[in-house]
Design a protein around this ligand. Sequence first.
Ligand code: GUN
Length: 286
Amino acid sequence: MNLIDGKKIASQILDELAKKIARFPRKIGLAVLMVGDNPGSQAYVRMKKKACAQLGIDSLTEQLDADTSPETVLQKIEVLNHTPAIDGILVQLPLPDHYNPQQITRAIDPNKDVDGFHPMNVGKLLLGEDGGFIPCTPHGIQLLLEKSQIEIAGKHVVIVGRSNIVGKPLAALLVQKRRGCNATVTIVHSQSEHLSDITRTADILIAAIGQPHFITNKLVKPGAVVVDVGINRMQDETGNVKLVGDVDFSSVAPIASWITPVPGGVGPMTIALLMQNTYESALRRG
Ligand code: GUN
């Protein structure tokens, strides 16, 4: 078993970016809106701010109460859309229940949508058009595999989970006719029949279901590459919060050829690709 070191690959990407950003003639700005106090989201937003600080990107974070109205958030987005110093805007998900997340992501200027969640960017990804933004976690996973020299072309990739943030855009990306993609892709989900029969045919199995330790060795073909996208917060016996993945690492690692750890696998790549998208937006905007 080989460990895929997401932290190391992400820090190489950030080092390259830092050099480019240092040469960029003006300050780059990223706005992060967060509604409510979801602890997972708070941790993510902290990491995003830290990465911005490391790279010299100005980050503007707004933490809003859970009972903030969607109209207030829409107004804030509208102001940010028209603020020249802001190159990227993201609204941390999940949002409280009284929100329609689609309505919020649609309000963001597609040219500042560094998460790649706006329908315009989703459409460009599906069509294989350049000039959009690819969602950070899917792009991070593709780069993790490519930089670990794991062949994707022609391989059967099975994605467990059909979310708009990971499963669906990841399938659209890996099936692209372009370098580092060209996979045969299957998505399975909570309604799939014969799920384990399908996952056992995967050369590359990607777990993005948000259920701790869902993937055991019974679901994995020996020699498969296993990518764990899950970040589930669990309390241990002593009350400490621990991050656990969707993959039961101790059961799967002995039979996998390559596996990503949690933490230190996909998570750092998501942050690195967000920084890359923000830089890309600044470049395009000039
Ligand atoms: N929640 C989980 N992943 C993400 C992400 O990549 N972007 C945003 N905005 N929210 C998330």
